[in-house]
Design a protein around this ligand. Structure first.
Ligand SMILES: NC(=O)C1=CN([C@@H]2O[C@H](COP(=O)(O)OP(=O)(O)OC[C@H]3O[C@@H](n4cnc5c(N)ncnc54)[C@H](OP(=O)(O)O)[C@@H]3O)[C@@H](O)[C@H]2O)C=CC1
Ligand SMILES: O=C(O)[C@@H]1CCC=N1
Length: 266
């Protein structure tokens, strides 16, 4: 793994975060990673980590063993058509583009390659991503390589491709849903007396603790809720009022709306 050459085509938010995560994990030497974008002046800081930067996609792709496609979905076809003639047989392709299926990616390459779709979330920047991955024309060794890469920047799992839209909603959009919860809790906290900074600190750590309870203890949310809700107490009153106002229903409807937009474009 250490000697694999990695090209990250599209050094934007996710592309840069992945490059940094891989370097921090020491799994591949920084000098083996090339990140490309047209405006390279915006990624000069990567050079301080020994990562190569370039605006030349073809050069980066030519000798790469693993290529991340981290451009926007509407840019992916053009980028693939540019690099495809130079991509060696057996090169692992990892596309981060939302909503572009593996068959389309293969069609743009005009040849069979091990193609992966990966959907991390923005917590990848701090090594806490939940990344769902699907594989197409890949063998077990290639699957393990891709899984290992994403395990350096959080948790990762391989799922069937038909679940990729669901993974996008639950994990990638999910970060935004959770942050909106924290913002709303903060606003409530201010109304009951906290200054905004303190309210944010309390709300954010509380959500982190709640998530860790489930992850570390492996319990169900309702089991943990039962431990907090004193009979005739204040928690159950607040929770029930939230449900009367449609809290769970609003969240579920939001999830379905995001999902339908990916699946049907509306
Ligand atoms: N999992 C998640 O939470 C999210 C996933 N995504 C998905 O991840 C992908 C990347 O998103 P994100 O990082 O937010 O997007 P960004 O816009 O931040 O990054 C895309 C980068 O691609 C570069 N780029 C555009 N055209 C080319 C080209 N021809 N050659 C090389 N580089 C190019 C752009 O830089 P320049 O203009 O300088 O070339 C830009 O920096 C998207 O496909 C999106 O669907 C997006 C958001 C969140
Ligand atoms: O909002 C979006 O379309 C992208 C996909 C997942 C997260 N952000």
């Amino acid at each position: 793994m250490k000697n694999k050459k990695i090209a990250i085509i599209g050094g934007g938010n996710l592309g840069q975060a992945i490059a940094k995560g891989i370097v921090n994990s020491n799994i591949v030497a920084a000098s083996n990673i090339t990140v490309t974008r047209r405006r390279t002046h915006l990624i000069q800081t990567l050079k301080e980590l020994d990562i190569r930067i370039s605006s030349n996609n073809i050069e980066a792709a030519t000798d790469a063993n693993i290529i991340f496609l981290a451009v926007k979905p509407y840019q992916i076809q053009q980028v693939i058509e540019e690099i495809s003639p130079y991509v060696q047989k057996g090169t692992i392709i990892i596309s981060l583009a939302t909503g572009i299926d593996a068959l389309s990616i293969e069609k743009y390459f005009k040849k069979e390659l091990p193609i992966f779709r990966a959907m991390p979330n923005t917590a990848i920047a701090i090594g806490e991503s939940m990344t769902c991955i699907s594989a197409h024309h890949a063998n077990q060794e290639q699957e393990q390589i891709v899984l290992t890469l994403f395990e350096q920047v959080g948790q990762a799992l391989i799922i069937p491709e038909e679940l990729m839209s669901s993974a996008t909603v639950l994990a990638a959009c999910g970060i935004a849903y959770a942050l909106r919860f924290i913002r709303a809790a903060t606003q409530g906290g201010i109304e009951i007396g906290f200054g905004s900074n303190l309210a944010l600190q309390v709300a954010a750590q509380t959500v982190k603790g709640a998530a860790e309870l489930l992850i570390k203890a492996g319990t169900h949310p309702e089991e943990e809720i039962d431990k907090v809700t004193t009979p005739r107490g204040v928690t159950i009153s607040g929770l029930n009022e939230m449900e009367h106002q449609g809290f769970s229903s609003a969240l579920i409807k939001g999830v379905l709306t995001s999902f339908n937009k990916i699946e049907n474009g509306k």
